[in-house]
Ligand binder design. Structure first.
Ligand SMILES: [Zn+2]
Length: 563
């Protein structure tokens, strides 16, 4: 089968087939790569392909890095409304402002697109455990989608992230690690943790699905503008076609790391290359004043942004001090199209804008999203946006407040890392801190079952009900090895397994003084014979029928046994 796309190295041009676990160019080692599609032929087939599909991000699946669309993972990401901001526009004297309402995603931010596609790609690659670092919304989005897909997630958050956002991450069962450090340092800590444990790490703009997911915002905007306003009238050649699609003159977004605009820009560029549109919109990228390394670099016409060591903004969601190469790529692409701008706004202006938007349009947003609107106001007042121009602005995110008492205590671990100076890479102290950070503050439960699906089901039920550290064994022999090594607080044991069955596991546990007193709950799919029941007599603490797991007694039983 021919690959529908290839991954191209941005440094040496080497092309290869996409494999999620391969995170760098095999030719030069660069981590900066992008997906390349056969845009010429897709431009011909796409309008017909998507015509009968629902309006969500998966309608563009031919332009996304997955082999197969898996509807069971989707919660209907994308397909968010494009709303005319008539009142806000009247206030500014710009009648053509449209709001792309990304609050309507499953976790209320545009990061849902990134998480949905990232998790779908992980699932295809058979990845079962992953690490992310986040300023908040990415972790929330990934947590929801990981929970749905049954992927274990570790989220590293800076301790500056508001507690209600952290609790929202935790409620999905993600292992929250609170790091007392800046966001840029947190990323290094998370990367080191992933390296030590050999886990997959989501790396923002260097992760192919992350950039690709953001393109769908551009595709949707073009389709929606065309539906609302008709095809690009400046370029129409008179025949009654729905082409070319219309694009805005400007696309506004507030940024932290810059991944969003990078992907959206690629989306608009691909539409142009597919000949579905005639122009690539200008990108207007807005940062918070206390953390605006991209704006500073842009104003000095520099290709590389000088990192901000200590961001000074209340809007922690946007506090990426070191945008790295993402800025450089944005700089180059915006220069190439000849239209684009970086601008900063103060926290005060942002907070005022939240009120303006809510009162004028009925749209309430979090500060991170309001930054883009404050930027638009500033650029219009400075005369840099013309009244007749067509503007689309990305409006994301509201946090669902998770009440404190819902989670109880102990849902986060903390890592305090002393960084001697800002640029330093975490060293020995960190390695020690990370290796100490095991699950051992939670009761440890070993699940023994030869069917991976059965183990996964029990794991998910347990993790949904409380904080447990879960160990898994796929055979009787492995169960004995893990029990002797880890001495779990409880064993959940399947009876029918090939080679060494549950009865033999019990016998071996009982002859070893280290393991003889570990409580055991036996789970069985079939009715046991009187003889079998006799064998279990006095050996186990409870007998459960498969399918009984969902009841409260099972969890009560467990909590009783591990007290
Ligand atoms: Zn390369």
């Amino acid at each position: 089968m021919l690959a529908k796309f290839l991954v191209e190295c941005l440094d040496c041009g080497h092309q290869e087939i996409y494999m999620p676990l391969s995170t760098q160019c095999p030719n030069c080692g660069s981590q900066w790569r992008e997906a390349r599609y056969d845009l010429r032929s897709l431009g011909v087939t796409l309008p017909e392909l998507i015509a009968s599909r629902p309006l969500d991000m998966w309608r563009y699946r031919e332009l996304l890095p997955i082999n197969e669309f898996n509807p069971s993972l989707s919660m209907g990401e994308g397909g968010t409304p494009l709303i005319h901001a008539a009142n806000f526009g009247m206030m500014l004297g710009c009648p053509h402002i449209y709001i792309k309402d990304e609050r309507r995603g499953p976790t209320n931010s545009f990061k849902d697109r990134q998480a949905a596609l990232g998790i779908a790609a992980m699932k295809e690659a058979g990845i079962t455990e992953a690490v992310i670092a986040s300023t908040g919304n990415v972790a929330i989005a990934y947590s929801a989608h990981a929970a749905r897909a049954g992927i274990k997630l570790w989220a590293f958050l800076t301790s500056l992230v508001p507690p209600e956002k952290m609790r929202e991450v935790a409620i999905y069962g993600t292992q929250v690690v609170k790091v007392t450090a800046s966001y840029d340092q947190v990323k290094k800590v998370a990367a080191e943790f992933a390296r030590q444990r050999n886990l997959y790490m989501e790396a923002g703009a260097r992760t192919i699905p992350s950039v690709e997911s953001m393109k769908t915002i551009a595709y949707e905007i073009a389709e929606q503008l065309t539906d609302l306003l008709g095809p690009d009238s400046k370029r129409m050649n008179g025949n009654n076609s729905k082409l070319p699609w219309r694009v805005p003159d400007w696309y506004f977004q507030s940024v932290s790391g810059g991944l969003g605009p990078l992907g959206v820009q690629k989306g608009f560029a691909e539409l142009r290359a597919m000949d579905l549109t005639y122009e690539i919109p200008g990108m207007a990228i807005i940062q918070a004043e206390g953390c605006a390394p991209m704006v500073s670099a842009w104003e000095q016409d520099l290709q590389i942004a000088e990192p901000i060591a200590a961001p000074q903004t209340h809007i922690t969601t946007l506090a990426t001090g070191d945008p790295g190469r993402t800025y450089t790529l944005l700089y180059q692409r915006m220069k190439a199209t000849g239209k684009g701008i970086f601008k900063k706004v103060s926290d005060e202006d942002t907070f005022r804008t939240i009120h303006v938007l809510a009162k004028m349009e009925g749209i309430s947003v979090e500060p991170a999203a309001a930054v883009a609107f404050a930027g638009l106001i500033r650029l219009v007042r400075a005369g840099m946006i013309k009244p007749e121009e067509l503007i689309v602005i990305n409006c994301t995110g509201h946090t669902m407040p998770v009440e404190k008492m819902v989670l109880g205590d102990g849902w986060a671990r903390s890592v305090d890392v002393a960084f001697p100076n800002q640029s330093e890479t975490p060293q020995e102290g960190l390695v020690a801190a990370l290796s100490r950070m095991s699950d051992d503050r939670f009761p440890r439960i070993l699940i023994v079952d030869d069917h991976p699906d059965a183990r996964r089901l029990i794991r998910r039920i347990l993790q949904a009900q409380g904080n447990y550290s879960i160990l898994e064994a796929g055979s009787g022999k492995e169960a004995i090895q893990i029990s002797q090594r880890e001495i779990p607080d409880l064993i959940i044991l399947d009876l029918m397994m090939p080679e060494m069955d549950g009865f033999s596991v019990l016998d071996s546990l009982k002859v070893n003084p280290d393991t003889e007193s570990i409580p055991v709950i036996v789970v069985t799919a079939k009715e046991l014979t009187p003889k079998e029941l006799e064998r279990l007599q006095g050996q186990i603490h409870a007998l459960m029928q498969k399918g009984e797991f969902m009841n409260d007694e099972f969890i009560e039983e467990i909590n009783e046994l591990i007290k």
